[in-house]
Ligand binder design. Sequence first.
Ligand code: KG4
Ligand code: ZN
Length: 351
Amino acid sequence: MLVLGIESTCDEMGVSIVRSGIEILSNVTYSQIALHREYGGVFPEMAARKHVETFIPVLEEAMKVAGVTAEEIDLIAVAQGPGLVGSLLIGLHAAKTLALAWNKPLVGVNHVQAHLYAAMMSHKTWNFPALGVVISGGHTYLSMLTSPVKEELIGTTIDDAVGEAFDKVAVLLGLSYPGGPLVEKLAKTGEKGRFPLKAGRVKERPWDFSYSGLKTQVLYASKELREEDKAHLAASFQEVALRDVVDKATKAVENFNLDSVYVGGGVSNNMRLRELFSEKMKGRAVYFPSPELTLDNAAMIAGLGYHLWLEGYREDPLSLEPIPRIIPRHRRSSREASCGSSSEKHSLCFS
Ligand code: KG4
Ligand code: ZN
């Protein structure tokens, strides 16, 4: 079964052709990083306009590299959210148009869940029940995975995502966008214990995260900072931010008795994070996405779309809507179930 995936949640336009959820025939991404760099972050209106220009060339390239024709495609999968609404609309319109013009079924995919699928796809392993660790620019959460499409939330951030904290700290240190890789590079030459920073705690919610306090500590420490101390501050921040993720993840696998860990999202690129995981999770399999599947891409969308299709999900190409904000449903309470009644049954709500 050949699935054509489309990703356009933020500033990357991606089209990929994947066979049976696993074999990547093509995975083409047009990144707009250079366009947004001067603004220190993604400029939403410009991102959407650029997606309009880049969709057709990216689609043509993906079809050419895969060596397939429109008739051979069996399913269209598109990232339905979360993301920037203007960006999502372009990918969704493109997907709906192809589904109607080529007469193919359509599924909407949760972009963050697809980040976790990227790790499954990279290792071709299904080892459930597992812990899902999403650490991206927009999301930070822990979930219990029982299949590629089923997850229940364990804990999430109450303010910034960890990648967002890296990006904001990068600005404070005078680095460019996106800041995560640059903070990691600078941290390599610094001492991680030099600045006494503390991870955020959320009262009576041991699985939740908070990064705004840590960011404020870096803000104060960065005032009148000597040039030679920048690397120490980067290393101290990185250590505290990543240890918080790995400590909570380690406690979660023990507490919920989970067999393995799937990590997804841009921050999973970080080598110090990978080191901390291997130090702490002794004996447990921790799966990271392969480098080409770590950042936003359409292969993970096509891959997860295949599994949604197997589970019976189908969308009407005339009524599929973007969902810019998806708040996952919490394990033990309904307090965060806010997917809305119309989309309540959809996989995006976290079944
Ligand atoms: O998953 P992603 O491509 O986009 C979202 O869906 O949000 O993640 C992008 C985020 C950015 O915040 C970026 O700074 C961060 O991932 N990132 C890193 C590293 N590489 C990317 N953070 C820390 N260390 C890295 N090496
Ligand atoms: Zn992403």
